[in-house]
Design a protein around this ligand. Sequence first.
Ligand SMILES: Cc1cc2nc3c(=O)[nH]c(=O)nc-3n(C[C@H](O)[C@H](O)[C@H](O)COP(=O)(O)OP(=O)(O)OC[C@H]3O[C@@H](n4cnc5c(N)ncnc54)[C@H](O)[C@@H]3O)c2cc1C
Length: 461
Amino acid sequence: MFHLKDAIPEPFWLTQAGAPAPADPLDGVTTADLAVVGAGYSGLWTALIAKERNPSLDVVIVEAGTAGWAASGRNGGFCAASITHGFDNGMSRFPDEMDTLLRLGQENLDEIGAAVDRYAIDCDFHRSGELHVATEEWQWRELQAGFAAEAAHGLDVELLDRDAVRAEVDSPTYRGAVLDRTGCALVDPARLAWGLRQACLSLGVRIYENSPVQRVAASSAALTLHTWRGSVRARQVVLATGAHGRLLKRLQQFIVPVYDYALMTEPLSEAQLAAIGWRNRQGIGDSGNQFHYYRLTADNRILWGGYDAVYFNGGRIEPSHDQRESTFKVLADHFATTFPQLEGLRFTNKWGGVIDCCSRFSAFFGTAHGGRLAYAAGYTGLGVGATRFGAKVMLDLLAGAPTELTRLKMVRSKPVPFPPEPVRSGVIQLTRWSIARADANQGRRNLWLRTLDAMGLGFDS
Ligand SMILES: Cc1cc2nc3c(=O)[nH]c(=O)nc-3n(C[C@H](O)[C@H](O)[C@H](O)COP(=O)(O)OP(=O)(O)OC[C@H]3O[C@@H](n4cnc5c(N)ncnc54)[C@H](O)[C@@H]3O)c2cc1C
């Protein structure tokens, strides 16, 4: 029996001590060279790198809530090198440039580590690696095939059979695993956001919080962001609004808000930790189409999330959707199956958050207003690391001259758009149902999923 009843309905990370006091809202009229909308990782990295590239640039961030309150402060903290939502997804969409994307992703992760050191960000950033575990025979077959391809492309991976993976982390459900030794760091997500916010301030970025931007107005001279009580007139604008973006109409055809949920346990005792091993503290993901991700925190809690990716018909983003008892119950049951040794452990937190899902599962990029506004969106649940890559892409797009990043097919192409509502809801729910069936049916994909696969479309967390 695992206890959910005392779990508080708040993201564990955001309830920690150390949250910065909110900055003043935008009040009155101001100007900037670059105005960034959104202070999640995407906006914070953009502002930070813009200042690093040109310290005299006047950069402003306008944030609807407070920095990191949304996905960036409540995620699993898996900071992956992959900028393509995993190797398989990248290979299926950008096979010709996959080696370049792998290199750029590794460089990006290295640079995140370097920035964490440079700005002394206290966010428990550790290159712990990631175990991709199989809990069913069909997953094990797929993992082995994937391992061979990853190894052939130079990834630092190792195949672990049942005994070897259980020597790392002891779950009776494990059938085998691929260990990615260097392609993932674990991080305290809220403290990363708070640290990036502080780094921005230290370089002179001005941040306005509790200031939702209502609209972007364009004139030949400038773009102007309007909030309830003020405005920013800027030469260039970056939209870093994640799943929340409503400011640019064309984005809405490409992204749907999908909810992802997580639980946090109380800290494990020494004996409980010893019962499951996990000495090397890797992040872990299982390999169904609906997958769990889990990891240890600095104080030896287990964050346990994923599996149920929920689209609420109509695509509305509502605070009430952050809590979903039926999903928490499913997650708790699956936790019990994975770690029966931890019987009696209590969950202290339960929460959800919204991810910007697109049909190619990895970010897309673009400009509007004659190249003066840039956007990146569609990280589909793997944006902790990739948003920094996206920030560089947006700044390169605004600079105008072609660069290695802006020449990439991944940057030049767009995902297949979603159909409008109500067809959109129907298509997504049919896909979710089919995926659940595939997982229950040895991974066998029905006609609908095979059709989507053939069209390069799909739905994933
Ligand atoms: C439960 C959960 C677990 C996850 N786990 C992982 C993981 O382990 N690894 C991983 O890589 N990814 C994970 N993700 C995804 C990851 O958190 C996101 O990809 C990433 O944080 C996206 O950053 P962002 O800056 O684009 O978006 P956000 O963090 O959502 O930030 C967007 C910001 O824009 C602001 N904004 C929006 N509209 C306006 C406006 N009009 N005016 C002003 N401000 C505005 C919002 O208030 C918000 O602060 C997870 C997500 C969730 C929800």
